[in-house]
Design a protein around this ligand. Structure first.
Ligand code: NDP
Length: 330
């Protein structure tokens, strides 16, 4: 069976040569262990951060070792009474087709609720991030204007729909006209802006938000954040969820200073990390699941086929190749 190792720390944008695919003997589960066969593997922008040799909220990947991310796997052998052969589980696992586990940190996947891959997206960490980021920091009120960047992506597309469920005007920022049309047609966004073809983002946001911006859910940082800040209302809330436009930068770029605006508008700008909110996952998942059942929430997936395509799928995130959650089907 195959494993993908971390070979080089990328400088700038990652390349497939930063990864190495090797073949290994199939692992055997010891007493108390299970054997897992990966079915769907999540690729996520934050993995780029773990490729830097820097201290962060999560340790960096080690060179020559397998990468890891959230995986949905089938239990194919069990020496552990808590797991049955044929069950599906999800958890932070290695980029391996087959691996053993003692079961710690794994969650059962309830296939009757949604297709297994949904537990990496709308019913996994990206859905939770959308829901809890908005809930904890956004505190959306009916009638407010919500702007979200990365709007056609996994987190952003859920953020926008929750905004509509809460009765807000929702404006999405994305990288192509197709994505802008899509978020309006499928997800009910009121307006969309293609940042790749828009000369003045400040002006475009002001036109799309005639009453100003009350909540900005930021997935991209950089110049788009600067432009949204120019349009915020008094007591606006800005959720710093991600900054993908900066993840491949080798130096931190300088830009307009936001503090003047934050003071004048008494705006709140706060970082958000989903890992700090585990105690609220149960409630959030219940609500996300209910909205799915009621047809109020929809989701997209971009499914790349083949274990060996993991590096390409990951790199594709920085090229906007995905709509909705990017996953690899093993
Ligand atoms: P997405 O599904 O949104 O995929 C990434 C998207 O980012 C791409 O599709 C692309 O869309 C867009 N993008 C890529 N490069 C740029 C760029 N230079 N400028 C603007 N947009 C760009 O990923 P996720 O939904 O998984 O994650 C979204 C953000 O949320 C990321 O920043 C991620 O790190 C963050 N995150 C944070 C968490 C937390 O706990 N804080 C948890 C989960 C995610 P386009 O075609 O529109 O450019």
């Amino acid at each position: 069976s195959k494993t993908i190792l971390f070979k080089n720390r990328p400088k700038g944008k990652p390349a497939t040569s930063d990864f190495e695919i090797i073949s290994e003997e199939d692992p055997k589960p010891a007493e108390g262990e299970i054997l897992l066969e990966a079915k769907y593997i999540s690729v996520d922008p934050y993995l780029r951060g773990r490729m830097r040799d820097e201290k962060s909220y999560i340790p960096p990947f080690e060179l020559g070792k397998p990468l890891e991310s959230m995986v949905v796997a089938e239990v194919v052998e069990s020496n552990n009474s808590n797991f049955e052969k044929g069950e599906y589980v999800s958890g932070m696992l290695q980029w391996k087709q087959l691996q053993t586990s003692n079961g710690q940190g794994l969650n059962k996947v309830h296939k009757e609720l949604a297709p297994p891959s949904a537990f990496l997206g709308v019913l996994g960490l990206t859905g939770l991030t959308a829901y809890l980021g908005l809930d904890k920091i956004g505190k959306l009120k009916e009638g407010e204007t919500l702007v979200v960047s990365g709007a056609a992506g996994a987190v952003g597309s859920i953020v926008g729909q929750i905004g509509k469920i809460k009765g807000c005007r929702v404006v999405g920022i994305a990288g192509s006209d197709e994505k802008v049309d899509h978020i309006k047609e499928k997800f009910g966004f009121d307006e969309g802006i293609n940042y790749n073809t828009t000369k003045s983002m400040k002006k475009a946001i002001s036109e799309a938000c005639p009453d100003g911006v009350d909540v900005y859910f930021d997935n991209v940082g950089g110049e788009i954040l600067d432009a949204v800040l120019q349009n915020v209302n008094k007591d606006a809330r800005i959720i710093n969820c991600g900054a993908i436009s900066l993840y491949n930068e080798t130096e931190v770029p300088t830009g307009p200073r936001p503090e003047g605006i934050l003071i004048k508008k008494t705006a709140l700008m706060q970082g958000f990390l989903i890992r700090d909110h585990a105690k609220d996952f149960g409630t959030a998942l219940k609500q996300l699941g209910a909205w799915l059942q009621e047809g109020k929430l929809k989701y997209d997936e971009t499914v790349v086929e083949g274990f060996e395509k993991l590096p390409e799928a990951f790199i594709g995130l920085f090229e906007g190749k995905n709509t909705g959650k990017m996953v690899v089907k093993v």
